[in-house]
Structures are given as structure tokens and as C-alpha cells.
Write a protein that binds this ligand. Structure first.
Ligand SMILES: [Zn+2]
Length: 259
């Protein structure tokens, strides 16, 4: 009888483990790649286009949906045009899909969006992952844009994001009080805020270091996840998949610069 009970318990806990593992697997497939901007638009188009603004508002919801994960999914990452948000940002399209970010950082960014929304501040993604080609383009555009060359920005590791607040359907770049409110939220989440920088002052920029600098990251070191590590049971698979997508974008955008 005792033996039977033991066997029953063993079977029960095995089932639980299998179930938990399958939930973990679900996490891997939830690394979703969706499309918000199939076509690029000019800044004016964007400001006139309410569908675009609706799509910004649905970013958070859309990112939580589960999409089929295929090798070509990276093609569906949302991109925005170079003059979106009323600023010249070069010729290479900006990737602004939240799914292009490191899974841990992506969750921090989702929290930033959610908490700001609760405070009545609507944020839009300007740029998430940035290819080496795009980084080199910014570097070439001058110190106003960046001081970091290709591979030297956290954007090349899916660990930085650029956001902008949207007020009355327009991007607001120069409201110091508003930026400060957003910066405080990001810093409470443990993110480094570009609003503390002077050259360039970059209040829309948030990054996660994971205890590493870009030299460490370039050499393949893995960032340290400070808490809730158990929430990322398939992190290595997710990162490997992400790296394939990043590589595909790198190839596409470096080909653009050779044209
Ligand atoms: Zn940035």
C-alpha cells in the first residue's frame, strides 16, 4: 500500500513536471514577431494616419499574441520610415518591433509602457533593435545622433529602446517635465536612462546593461538577469532564435548600404 502511494505520488509529480515543462516550451513559441507597419510612411502620413496611431496603441496587446514562429518571421518585424516622428534619421529603415528585444529587457520595456500609460503618458516605439549598418549610419550623421560606432550601442544587442511620448496624436520631443516623469519610471525598473546623458542628451533612450558593457556583449557574454530568472525557462532558445533574426536584418541592411 505504501509502495502504491509512493508510485502514485511519483506519477502525479511527473505529470506536473511534464506540464510545467510544456508551459516552458510555450514560452519559447511566444517569442512572437508581428507586423504593424508593412508599408513605410512619411512623417506627415503618419501624423495624419489614425490607423497608425491605433497600431501604436495596440503594440502592447499585439506583442502578447502568439504568432507562428518561422525562419522568415523577421521579415514581419515592424519598421518605420526614416522621417517618422518628424526627424531625419537617415536612409536605412528603423526597426521598432518590441519583439526584436532581448526577452528580459522586452518585459521591462512593456512595464515601462504600461506604467506610463497608467500615469496618462502614451509612449510610442521609435527604434528597438538597430543593425550595425544603421548604427554606422547614425555615427556618420554626427555627434547629435550618437557617439557610438557599430557594435558599441546596446541597440545592437536588443538591450536598448528609443521611445517618444505621444500627446494629442503628435510626438512630443521637447517637454522636459514629461521626459523626467518617463525617466523616473524607467530608472525605477532598473534601466539606464539617456536623459542623464549630456552628449548627446537622449531622453527617449532606455537601456539595460545586464552588468556588461558592449565589449563584453560583443564577445558573447550573457547579461545577468537580476530577478525572476525562472520566468525565462527557454531563454537560451529564445536568444538563439532572436540572433538568427538579427543576423537576417544585419544582412539586409548592410546590403542596403552597399547599393
Ligand atoms: Zn537609443
Amino acid at each position: 500500500m505504501r509502495y502504491c502511494l509512493k508510485t502514485a505520488f511519483f506519477a502525479f509529480f511527473s505529470l506536473i513536471t511534464v506540464y510545467a515543462t510544456s508551459q516552458g516550451r510555450m514560452h519559447a513559441t511566444s517569442l512572437s514577431f508581428h507586423s504593424l507597419f508593412e508599408n513605410q510612411m512619411s512623417g506627415e502620413d503618419i501624423l495624419r494616419n489614425s490607423a497608425w496611431l491605433d497600431s501604436i496603441r495596440s503594440v502592447e496587446k499585439a506583442a502578447l499574441q502568439i504568432y507562428e514562429d518561422t525562419v522568415r518571421s523577421w521579415k514581419k518585424w515592424s519598421c518605420v520610415g526614416n522621417h517618422a516622428f518628424g526627424k531625419n534619421r537617415g536612409e536605412i529603415p528603423m526597426i521598432n518591433d518590441v519583439n526584436a528585444l532581448h526577452p528580459y529587457f522586452r518585459d521591462q520595456v512593456q512595464q515601462l509602457i504600461t506604467i506610463c500609460k497608467e500615469k496618462g503618458i502614451e509612449l510610442a516605439f521609435v527604434e528597438t533593435y538597430r543593425t550595425h549598418a544603421k548604427q554606422a549610419e547614425y555615427k556618420g550623421m554626427g555627434k547629435k545622433y550618437t557617439r557610438s560606432g557599430a557594435g558599441k550601442s546596446k541597440h545592437q544587442y536588443g538591450m536598448a529602446v528609443d521611445v517618444v511620448p505621444i500627446v494629442n496624436d503628435s510626438a512630443v520631443w521637447h517637454d522636459a517635465v514629461l521626459w523626467r516623469k518617463i525617466g523616473v519610471v524607467g530608472e525605477r525598473l532598473g534601466l539606464r536612462w539617456g536623459g542623464r546623458w549630456r552628449r548627446p542628451f537622449d531622453p527617449g533612450h532606455f537601456e539595460w546593461t545586464g552588468g556588461l558593457n558592449t565589449v563584453d556583449l560583443a564577445s558573447g557574454r550573457k547579461p545577468f538577469i537580476p530577478k525572476q530568472k525562472e520566468l525565462y525557462p527557454c531563454l537560451d532558445q529564445d536568444i538563439n532564435q532572436l540572433k538568427k533574426y538579427w543576423a537576417a536584418w544585419e544582412a539586409e541592411q548592410s546590403a542596403l548600404t552597399r547599393k
